[in-house]
Design a protein around this ligand. Structure first.
Ligand code: HEC
Ligand code: HEC
Ligand code: HEC
Ligand code: HEC
Ligand code: HEC
Ligand code: HEC
Ligand code: HEC
Length: 715
C-alpha cells in the first residue's frame, strides 16, 4: 500500500475520508499555467487538509493532437479528434465498436413495438431508442408520420449522458455518416429536427454541426471540462465537443469564433505531454459525471436531486467515501450517522474495480461455473498480454443484472457481484438457515436497509407547472427536494422479487418510480411536448380553458394545489385542448419503472439484523409501498415489460387518492414466517402441535392416574 493510500485509510478511519480525495491522479498540472496555485487548506482539528500527494509516475508517451483528417490541430485549427489522435497506439475503432456507452442501443434497435419493454413507441433497449419518462421526449423512428425527436436534437437534449460515437456519428437508417448523407424521402428523423415555431420538420445542417465522436477524455482525463462539452452539444457544435473537453488543460481557449489552440502549451513537435492531458485509468470522478454527481470529495458531501445526478435521482445512492455525519445536507438524525455514504468507496474501490474491462488482464474474467473449460483447472494462468490489452481494451464494461440496465443485456451478470467477492457463508453467524436466506434474498436486501438520499417517486406529465416542467415528487424528503431547509429522511427500499439469470426469484431492494403522461393515436405514442405546451399555455400563461377547468377557488390563477387532474371533467377539459391543437384521441397512461439498487452499502454493522424487520406483520417483504400522492385521471400505473421484476401484488388508489403498491401475500413464492397471516398450513400445523400436546397430556395424565390406583390397590 502506498503512503498516500495508507494516509487515506487512516483518514477514513478518523471519519475524515470526505476531506481526502480518494480519486487517484488528480491533474498533475494546474489547469491554467498562468492561474495562481490554490493554497492547501490549513490543517486544524476541524479542518484536516488533503494529505501531501505523491508525484504521479507518468509513463504515457506524448500524444499528437490531430483533427479528423489526421492533420495536427495546431496547423489546421480544426476540432480535435481523439479517435484519430489516440489511434496511433490504441485501436480506437475497436474501442468504439465494443462499447455499449457509445452504442447506446444503436446495435440493438428493433421495429417500434417489438421491444421487450412493451411500449409501442420504443425502438430499442438503450438511451437511443428506449423512451424514458424522466426525460420525456420520444425518439422518432424512421417512417413515422410526424416528427418529435430527431437524432440531432437527441444529441442536444440527451448528449450530456452519451459519451459520443454510435448514433451520434452514424445514421441508424442506412449506416452512413450523418454528415455525409441526404434525407430518405421528404424528411427522415436522422436528417431533420422539429422546428419549434412551425411544429414541422426542419433540415439539420450536419455539415455545419459535424458529428459527435467517442470522447476518450471524458473518462480518461483527470479533469475534463464536461460542462463545456455539454454546452457545445446543446449549441449544436457537435464536432467541437471533444475540443471543449480540453478547456482547462491550457491547450485550448474560448474565443468569439469558438475555440483557439494555445501553441505554447504544445511540445515543439506539436504533440502534448500526457501529464498535461491528465491521461490515466478511468476514475470514479469521470463516471460520476453521468452516473451520480454526488461528491465534491474535498469538502463535505453536498448533493442535489436532479437528472444531472442520475443515481441519486433514480435510487438515492451516493457513491462517496465521506462520512454522512459530516455532510452539508440536512439529514435526519445526522449526528448518529457515523458511516460513509458507501463502504466500498471508503475502502478505496473505484467504479472500474467492479465495472472493469472484460479483457483487462488484471482481473480474472468471471465465468459461470459449468462454463469452466476443464474440470481440473482451478486457475488459468494464461493471460492477455498487457500490450494486446492496451491496444484493444474491450469497452463492454462488465455489468450486473438490474431492472433498469436494459441495454447490452448480453453482458448481464458479467460483473463480479457481492457473492463473487464475499463469502457470505463464512460470516453471518447470527443468521439461521443461511443458505435459505441467501437463496431467497439478494445480499442488498439486508445490506441496503435504508438509502440516505431522496429519490424520484413520481413524475406527472399530464399537466405542466408554470415553468413548463412536469410535476414531480420525491420519497425520502420532508418538504421540497433540494430546498436546504427540507429534512432529508432517506427511505427504506421496496423488497421486490427480481428474476436472477438462473431463473429463480430473489427479493432485492428497489426504488419504484411512476409516471403519468398523455398518449395519442393507435398504436399509442406519447403526445409531443410541443403539442402539450401548445394545448396548456397561451402566450400570457395557462390557456383560459385550462384555467377555467382547474381553478377551484375561482381567483383566475392556477395555484400549486390546483395543478392536478382529479375529476373526469378536468381530464376532459385538457383532452379537449389537446384535440384542439391536433392531437388524436388523447388519453392518460401511466407506468412504473423499478430501479434495482446496488450502491450505497453501509458498513456491516448498519446491515439489517433485526429478524422482525421481515418476520413480523407489516415487515419489509409484505408491506405496502407508496407510489404517488395521487393518480392523475384516476389511471393506475403498470410496470414496464423489460424489468425482470415481478410485481405480483396490487396497485391501488386509497380513499385519499394516494397510490400504493401492496406486495403479494407470498412475493416471489417466499413464505416469510410471521409476516403473513395464518394460512391453512399454519392452522393445520398449529392444530397438530396443540393436538399432540393435548394427546401427550391426556396420555400422561391417564398413566399417572393408573399408576396411583395401582399404588393404592397395594400391588
Ligand atoms: C504514441 C503512442 C500512444 C498514443 C498516441 C496514445 N497512447 Fe495511450 N498508452 C500508450 C502506452 C505506451 C501506454 C502504456 C503506458 C501507460 O500506461 O502509461 C498507454 C496507456 C494508456 C492508458 C492506460 C493508462 C493507465 O494509467 O492505466 C490509457 C487510458 C490511454 N493510454 C489512453 C490514451 C488516450 C485517450 C489517447 C489519446 C488522447 C492515447 N492513450 C494516446 C501509448 C499511446
Ligand atoms: C465511459 C468511459 C470511457 C470512455 C469514453 C473511454 N474509456 Fe477507455 N476505459 C474505460 C474503462 C472503465 C476502462 C477499463 C479500466 C479497467 O478495466 O481497469 C478503460 C480502459 C482503457 C484502456 C486500457 C488501459 C486501462 O486503463 O485499463 C485504454 C488504452 C483505453 N481505455 C483507451 C480509451 C480510448 C482511446 C478511448 C476513446 C476512443 C476510451 N478509452 C474511451 C472507460 C472509458
Ligand atoms: C463494490 C463494487 C462496485 C463499485 C465500486 C461500483 N459498483 Fe456499480 N454496481 C455494483 C453492483 C453490485 C450493482 C448492482 C448489480 C446487480 O444488481 O446485478 C451495480 C450497478 C451499477 C449500475 C447499473 C444500475 C444503475 O444504477 O443504473 C451502474 C450504471 C453502475 N453500477 C455504475 C457504477 C459507477 C458509475 C460506479 C462508481 C461511482 C460504480 N458503479 C461503483 C457494484 C459496484
Ligand atoms: C457521458 C455519460 C457517461 C459516462 C461518463 C459514464 N457512463 Fe456509464 N452509462 C451511461 C448511460 C447513459 C448508461 C445507460 C446505457 C443505455 O441505456 O444505453 C450507462 C450504463 C453503464 C453501465 C451499465 C449498467 C447496466 O447495468 O446496464 C455501467 C456498468 C456503467 N455505465 C459504468 C460506467 C463507468 C464505470 C463509468 C466510468 C468509467 C461510466 N459508466 C461513465 C452514461 C455514462
Ligand atoms: C469487486 C469485489 C466486491 C464486490 C462486487 C462487492 N464487494 Fe463488498 N467489499 C469489497 C472489498 C474489497 C471490501 C473492503 C474489505 C476491507 O475492509 O478490506 C468490501 C467491504 C464490504 C463491506 C464492509 C464490511 C465491514 O468491514 O464493515 C460490506 C458490508 C460489503 N462489502 C458488502 C457488499 C455487498 C452487499 C455487495 C453487493 C452489493 C458487495 N459488498 C460487493 C469487495 C467487493
Ligand atoms: C438477513 C440479512 C442479511 C443478508 C441476507 C446478508 N447479510 Fe451480510 N450481514 C448482515 C449483518 C446483520 C451483518 C453484520 C454481522 C455482524 O455484525 O456480525 C452482515 C455482515 C456482512 C459482512 C461483513 C462481515 C464481517 O465480519 O465484517 C459481509 C462482507 C457481508 N455481510 C456480505 C454479505 C453478502 C455477500 C450477502 C449475500 C450473499 C449477505 N451479506 C447477505 C446481514 C445480512
Ligand atoms: C430481509 C428480510 C429477512 C430478515 C432480516 C430475516 N429473514 Fe428469515 N427469511 C426471510 C425470507 C425471504 C425467508 C425465506 C422464505 C422462503 O423460503 O419461502 C426466510 C426464512 C427464514 C426461516 C425459515 C427457513 C426455512 O428453511 O424455511 C427462518 C427460521 C428464519 N427465516 C429466521 C430468521 C431469523 C432468526 C432472522 C434474524 C436473525 C431472520 N430470519 C431475518 C427474510 C428475512
Amino acid at each position: 500500500m502506498s503512503l498516500r493510500r495508507a494516509a487515506l485509510v487512516a483518514l477514513a478511519g478518523l471519519g475524515l475520508a470526505g476531506l481526502a480525495r480518494a480519486d487517484d491522479g488528480a491533474p498533475s498540472v494546474s489547469a491554467d499555467p498562468a492561474a495562481p496555485q490554490a493554497a492547501p487548506p490549513p490543517v486544524t482539528l476541524e479542518h484536516a487538509g488533503p494529505p501531501a500527494r505523491e508525484p504521479r509516475h507518468e509513463i504515457h508517451p506524448a500524444t499528437p493532437l490531430l483533427d479528423a483528417q489526421g492533420e495536427p490541430v495546431l496547423r489546421s485549427g480544426r476540432p480535435v479528434s481523439f479517435m484519430r489522435s489516440c489511434a496511433g497506439c490504441h485501436d480506437t475503432a475497436f474501442i468504439a465498436a465494443h462499447n455499449y456507452h457509445a452504442q447506446a442501443g444503436l446495435d440493438e434497435l428493433a421495429e417500434p413495438g417489438r421491444t421487450e419493454s412493451g411500449r409501442p413507441w420504443d425502438t430499442g433497449p438503450g438511451l437511443f431508442g428506449r423512451w424514458d419518462p424522466l426525460t420525456y421526449r420520444a425518439l422518432t423512428p424512421p417512417g413515422a408520420a410526424s416528427l418529435d425527436l430527431g437524432t440531432a436534437e437527441w444529441i442536444q437534449r440527451l448528449g450530456a449522458r452519451h459519451v459520443g460515437g454510435g448514433p451520434a456519428e452514424r445514421s441508424r437508417i442506412d449506416g452512413q455518416l450523418l454528415d455525409a448523407r441526404g434525407p430518405r424521402g421528404a424528411w427522415d428523423p436522422d436528417s431533420h429536427v422539429l422546428d419549434p415555431a412551425s411544429g414541422e420538420p426542419r433540415a439539420w445542417d450536419w455539415k455545419a454541426s459535424g458529428t459527435v465522436e467517442l470522447n476518450c477524455m471524458l473518462c480518461h482525463a483527470a479533469a475534463p471540462d464536461n460542462a463545456a462539452r455539454i454546452q457545445a452539444l446543446q449549441q449544436g457544435r457537435f464536432a467541437w465537443a471533444s475540443t471543449a473537453t480540453l478547456l482547462g488543460t491550457g491547450l485550448v481557449a474560448r474565443d468569439e469564433a469558438g475555440f483557439r489552440y494555445l501553441a505554447a502549451a504544445f511540445e515543439p513537435d506539436g504533440s502534448v505531454r500526457a501529464e498535461r492531458l491528465g491521461l490515466g485509468r478511468a476514475r470514479s470522478a469521470s463516471c460520476r459525471q453521468c452516473h451520480g454527481r454526488a461528491c465534491r470529495c474535498s469538502d463535505p458531501v453536498v448533493f442535489e436531486n436532479s437528472l444531472q445526478n442520475w443515481s441519486a435521482e433514480t435510487g438515492g445512492a451516493i457513491y462517496s467515501p465521506a462520512r454522512a455525519r459530516l455532510s452539508g445536507m440536512n439529514l435526519a438524525g445526522k449526528d448518529g450517522l457515523d458511516m460513509p455514504w458507501d463502504v466500498h468507496a471508503e475502502r478505496l474501490l473505484e467504479c472500474s474495480d467492479c465495472h472493469h474491462a472484460p479483457n483487462n488482464p488484471a482481473f480474472d474474467l468471471k465465468r459461470a461455473g459449468p462454463e469452466r473449460p476443464l474440470l481440473h483447472l482451478a486457475f488459468d494462468a494464461r493471460r492477455t498480454s498487457v500490450e494486446d490489452y492496451l491496444w484493444r481494451p474491450d469497452h463492454e464494461l462488465v455489468k450486473g443484472h438490474t431492472s433498469q440496465g436494459t441495454a447490452a443485456r448480453r453482458l448481464d451478470g458479467s460483473m463480479r457481484d457481492c457473492r463473487d467477492c464475499h463469502d457470505a457463508q463464512a460470516v453471518h453467524d447470527f443468521l439461521p438457515f443461511k443458505r435459505t436466506h441467501f437463496e431467497r434474498l439478494a445480499c442488498e436486501a439486508c445490506h441496503l436497509p435504508r438509502l440516505l438520499a431522496p429519490a424520484r417517486m413520481s413524475t406527472d406529465w399530464t399537466l405542466l407547472g408554470p415553468d413548463r416542467q412536469p410535476r414531480v415528487s420525491h420519497r425520502g424528503v420532508e418538504g421540497p427536494v433540494n430546498d436546504p431547509a427540507s429534512l432529508v429522511t432517506g427511505f427504506e427500499p421496496a423488497l421486490l422479487p427480481h428474476r436472477t439469470q438462473a431463473g429463480s426469484l430473489r427479493l432485492a431492494p428497489h426504488n419504484l418510480t411512476s409516471a403519468w403522461f398523455w398518449v395519442q393515436g393507435e398504436p399509442p405514442a406519447p403526445v409531443r411536448l410541443l403539442d402539450l405546451e401548445r394545448a396548456l399555455f397561451s402566450p400570457e400563461g395557462y390557456h383560459p380553458a385550462v384555467t377555467a377547468a382547474l381553478d377551484a377557488d375561482g381567483d383566475g390563477q392556477l395555484r400549486e394545489a390546483e395543478l392536478r387532474l382529479d375529476t373526469p371533467a378536468e381530464v376532459a377539459a385538457v383532452a379537449a385542448r389537446l384535440e384542439a391543437v391536433g392531437v388524436r384521441a388523447p388519453r392518460i397512461q401511466a407506468e412504473l419503472q423499478p430501479y434495482t439498487l446496488g450502491h450505497g452499502v453501509p458498513p456491516a454493522r448498519w446491515a439489517l439484523r433485526d429478524c422482525t424487520a421481515c418476520h413480523a406483520p407489516g415487515g419489509r417483504v409484505t408491506r405496502a409501498f407508496a407510489l404517488a400522492d395521487h393518480a392523475p385521471g384516476g389511471v393506475l400505473p403498470r410496470v414496464v415489460g423489460d424489468t425482470r421484476t415481478e410485481l405480483a401484488g396490487r396497485i391501488s388508489a386509497g380513499a385519499d387518492g394516494r397510490v400504493t403498491y401492496q406486495a403479494a401475500a407470498r412475493p416471489g413464492g417466499a413464505y416469510v414466517h410471521g409476516a403473513q397471516g395464518l394460512t391453512w398450513l399454519d392452522v393445520l400445523g398449529l392444530l397438530l402441535v396443540v393436538g399432540t400436546g393435548v394427546g401427550v397430556m391426556v396420555h400422561g395424565g391417564l398413566r399417572i392416574l393408573v399408576q396411583r390406583r395401582r399404588g393404592r390397590a397395594g400391588r
